[in-house]
Design a protein around this ligand. Structure first.
Ligand code: SAH
Length: 355
């Protein structure tokens, strides 16, 4: 399978052109076609000589993803399903303006992107890990989710959250290559502060990312305020327990300026006791983090349930009284299987890819 042009850094493209005997100004033309004009094919790059288009096509595909399905309406959460060259699927979710999350005046569109096919971490509540890990995405397969969402909707994506399928910090090199393309001045030009990486808590990788020069944002899937609760639902906590995670986040804060986000799914009878709220508020205060409460999205085949709305609000108020900044996520997309991995699992099951 030919590599995708969208995964090539501007430097790598310049090198290829030089080695092919092409003048260096072609580089800016090609980058403009890919990233600003959102060209649909190499053939459509009409100011390139026909011979160059032909030699590019011999060495590269333009994109790495084939869009197969969209779920949801234009003014609501939309979910895109993409087929990869090996017949696997990934999905991205486009979330329209959400004042509850981003402040009242914001009209930002947020795209939730996947970083892996499946996931190795096996969080007990999550659809992505149900079938285990298949493979890492490469840089093109990550950035093409953004390009495709913009092409399919005709609108800019303003915010990116790496909260789709997979554990982004377990796939660091393609992730950082994709981030360089997403933020680069010759490529997608999105500010690093509009990118949030979400992790289940890979401590050494958090420390390494803290030292990355860009001011990226970080969200932690906490989901329990004590080791006792976290151990029940997140196997990774046995490797890197809460105390080590919190230390790594203190380190993050010494090098990064944006507030951390603590993600906390509310699961009935599991992590929704008010004593957890009080401890969670303590962690949030220590880290100057904001807490994002998410009522659990039920997953077919898993027994967990979301608590009643009144209980979720009580948990929020307990947090706030204990001095934490917190939001209770306004539901978007529950009806379209928006929780990570759900659409892709259905598709692969239907095609018999899953064993
Ligand atoms: N591996 C990364 C990113 C993918 S998960 C991480 O763990 O952060 C993105 C977010 O969706 C995480 O906070 C995850 O815990 C949450 N999530 C997974 N399954 C969910 C479900 N059924 N309902 C609500 N949130 C869910």
């Amino acid at each position: 399978m030919l590599p995708a042009l969208t995964g090539l850094s501007p430097d790598a493209l310049a090198t290829w052109l030089r080695e092919s005997g092409e003048p260096s100004f072609r580089s800016a033309q090609i980058l403009h076609w890919i990233w600003q004009r959102k060209a649909a094919s190499i053939a459509a790059m009409s100011n390139l000589p026909v011979a160059l288009r032909a030699s590019l096509s011999e060495c590269f595909r333009l994109h790495s993803l084939e869009h197969t399905h969209t779920q949801g309406a234009a003014d609501t959460t939309r979910k895109f399903l993409f087929r990869l060259h090996d017949g696997r699927y990934v999905e991205s979710v486009l979330i329209p303006a959400n004042p509850a999350l981003y402040g009242e005046t914001s009209d930002r569109r947020t795209l939730c992107v996947s970083s892996q096919v499946g996931c190795a971490y096996g969080c007990r509540f999550c659809a992505s890990g149900l079938a285990g890990f298949t493979r890492n995405l490469d840089a093109a397969e990550i950035v093409d989710q953004v390009l495709a969402a913009e092409r399919l909707t005709g609108e800019r994506v303003d915010n990116l959250v790496f909260m789709g399928m997979g554990e982004p910090l377990a796939n660091p090199e393609p992730l950082l290559a994709a981030i360089a393309l997403i933020t680069g001045p010759q490529t997608l030009r999105l500010g690093a502060r509009h990118l949030t990486i979400s992790t289940a808590g890979l401590v050494p990788q958090i420390r390494r990312l803290a030292e990355h020069p860009q001011q990226l944002r970080l969200a932690i899937s906490l989901h329990g305020a004590t080791d006792e609760v976290r151990d029940k639902i997140m196997p990774i906590n046995r490797k890197w327990p809460l105390a080590e995670l919190l230390d790594a986040l203190d380190y993050w804060n010494t090098l990064k300026q944006h507030r951390l986000t603590l993600e906390y799914i509310l699961i009935a009878g599991l992590n929704d006791a008010m004593a957890q709220a009080t401890l969670l508020a303590r962690h949030a205060r220590r880290l100057h983090a904001k807490v994002n409460l998410i009522p659990y999205n039920t997953v077919a085949g898993l027994e967990w349930q979301r608590p009643p709305d009144a209980h979720c609000r009580k948990f929020l108020h307990t947090l706030e009284r204990a001095g934490a900044t917190a939001t209770l996520r306004v539901e978007k997309g529950h009806d379209i299987d928006a929780a990570c991995g759900q659409l892709r699992l259905k598709q692969e099951t239907a095609e018999g890819i899953r064993g």
